[in-house]
Design a protein around this ligand. Structure first.
Ligand SMILES: N[C@@H](CSCc1ccccc1)C(=O)NCC(=O)O
Ligand SMILES: [Mg+2]
Ligand SMILES: [Zn+2]
Ligand SMILES: [Zn+2]
Length: 466
């Protein structure tokens, strides 16, 4: 696969073919425009087909990402898709070394579909044209990591209960040298994680709390970076039940946990030179006679009382205990939580960017830079006292678990801030908007669950420890 009709690889192949390639290309209308692909028969025994891919050269700085790399991702995606169904197993991609990682990421993500049997028709083996490239291979791993998150998110609630999710964490990460601790209901209650338990107790599926530790022998920095991910394997809303239309999408309400685990996979595979600690509270949110009722009051692990006025605002209840535990027990130097937290974030940003709430400018700058590099962007949201005031105080407790309709994402972030010590740089990623896609906005991610922003989380760790 070769980008446009003018680059060096094309010229070499054309010369070798005695200018037949150029003749075919001219007959097909000349070099492809951005988004187009021309497939040429190859006279070279080494290749069955040569695909010439048009690449955009638009570079608008206000896009807030490395547009050149994103153009390469798009071109590779279009090329791979044009080869679908042709029984081509292996694709060599002609790409410059500075874009090789982006090409690898895109190839791997484009070649993925949830239905494993359909993958047979899509090329699955990729390399750089006639050479080995470490950057490209790293890109393949990062694409694979995001695919792991997509797979977990697509899995329906009956096939991915908290117990099954926890088993998958062990199977995926322990062989890579990540220590994985899995705790159940008794431990959650012993820890006084009563806010977490208030969500889980309505389901017959046992909740799990998974703790993952990557600690390499060789470190660039001694600090611990912590990740926390919301893991609601199905969110029915509980007693405050959701409308039935599209309720099946809530199989992806463990997206925060999925991208957290996928980031740990990438961190271990690519041997991030520092300690990364991750936790995921996992539960189902179901209505039953055991479920929490609107108006119930619980005391969270940190001693704060919470009035549960809306059982569908459950994410912050699991997360608040997980954040408190992670901060107190592991004392990280920085912490990011990821959560499909609010419908308001879907309205605010759609699948354009992850909404990030962060008071620490250094951490925010690191996250923004990372999103710029991966193309999976972050957008800073307001994290003011004003929004915290909307959820506190409440009639019968220190905090209310809902701040009402206005600025729902910001008041949710305000709620979480009551559980993170002020001296720990912390960012909250509301990933509800980027949870899924119609498939029309990004050429390398098909319709469905996206696994976003796995690569931006990984890149943030990489930038932090390098
Ligand atoms: N599970 C969360 C977020 S639901 C957000 C969403 C909606 C539609 C498609 C994708 C994501 C939840 O229940 N939040 C409560 C709330 O926002 O009120
Ligand atoms: Mg799922
Ligand atoms: Zn909910
Ligand atoms: Zn939820």
């Amino acid at each position: 696969m070769v980008e446009d009709g003018t680059n060096q690889t094309f010229l070499e192949l054309n010369e070798k073919s005695g200018s037949i390639l150029q003749k075919h290309l001219d007959a097909l209308g000349g070099p492809p425009k951005a988004g187009q692909v021309r497939q040429l028969p190859s006279s070279d025994d080494e290749f069955d087909i040569i695909a010439i891919v048009g690449q955009s050269n638009k570079a608008d700085p206000s896009e807030n990402r490395d547009v050149n790399l994103e153009n390469v991702r798009a071109a590779v995606a279009n090329g791979v898709k044009a080869l679908n169904g042709l029984q081509i197993e292996k694709v060599q991609i002609a790409v410059d070394s500075e874009a090789a990682q982006a090409a690898g990421e895109s190839a791997k993500m484009t070649a993925w579909t949830y239905k494993a049997d359909k993958r047979e028709k899509i090329p699955q083996k990729f390399s750089v044209f006639k050479k080995d490239s470490l950057e490209f291979d790293q890109g393949l791993i990062l694409g694979e990591a995001q695919n792991i998150a997509r797979e977990l998110m697509e899995l329906p609630g009956n096939l991915l209960t908290p117990s099954i999710f926890a088993d998958k964490c062990v199977a995926l990460l322990e062989p890579l040298g990540v220590k994985v601790n899995v705790y159940g209901a008794d431990w959650i209650k012993e820890q006084n994680m009563n806010a977490f338990w208030s969500v889980a107790k309505g389901s017959s599926e046992e909740p799990k709390f998974v703790e993952m530790i990557w600690e390499p022998e060789v470190k660039n920095r001694e600090e611990t970076f912590a990740l926390v991910g919301k893991g609601v394997t199905f969110d029915s809303g509980g007693i405050s039940i959701k409308p039935s239309a599209n309720m099946g999408d809530m199989r992806g309400d463990m997206g925060g946990a999925a991208v957290t685990v996928a980031t740990m996979y990438a961190a271990a595979k690519l041997k991030i030179p520092g300690k990364v600690l991750a936790t995921t509270p996992l539960a189902e949110n179901m209505p039953s006679s055991n479920a929490s009722k609107p108006g119930d009051v619980v005391i969270a692990r940190n001693g704060k009382s919470i009035q549960i006025d809306n059982t569908d605002a459950e994410g912050r209840l699991l997360l608040c205990d997980a954040l408190d535990y992670t901060a107190e027990v592991h004392k990280p130097a920085a912490m990011i939580d990821s959560a499909t937290l609010t419908g308001a974030m879907v309205i605010a940003l759609g699948d354009g960017a992850t909404g990030v709430f962060c008071k620490d400018n250094d951490l925010w700058n690191l996250i923004e830079k990372s999103g710029h590099e991966t193309g999976d962007r972050a957008w800073r949201m307001p994290h003011y006292q004003h929004y915290f005031d909307a959820i506190s105080p409440t009639h019968n407790a220190d905090l209310n678990n809902t701040g009402g309709r206005a600025a729902g994402s910001a008041t949710a972030a305000g709620f979480l801030s009551a559980f993170v010590p002020k001296d720990i740089p912390w960012a909250h990623f509301d990933i509800a908007g980027v949870m899924d896609t119609t498939g029309s906005t990004n050429p390398y991610i098909c319709k469905g669950m996206t696994g976003r922003p796995t690569r931006t989380l990984y890149q943030t760790l990489k930038n932090y420890f390098n």
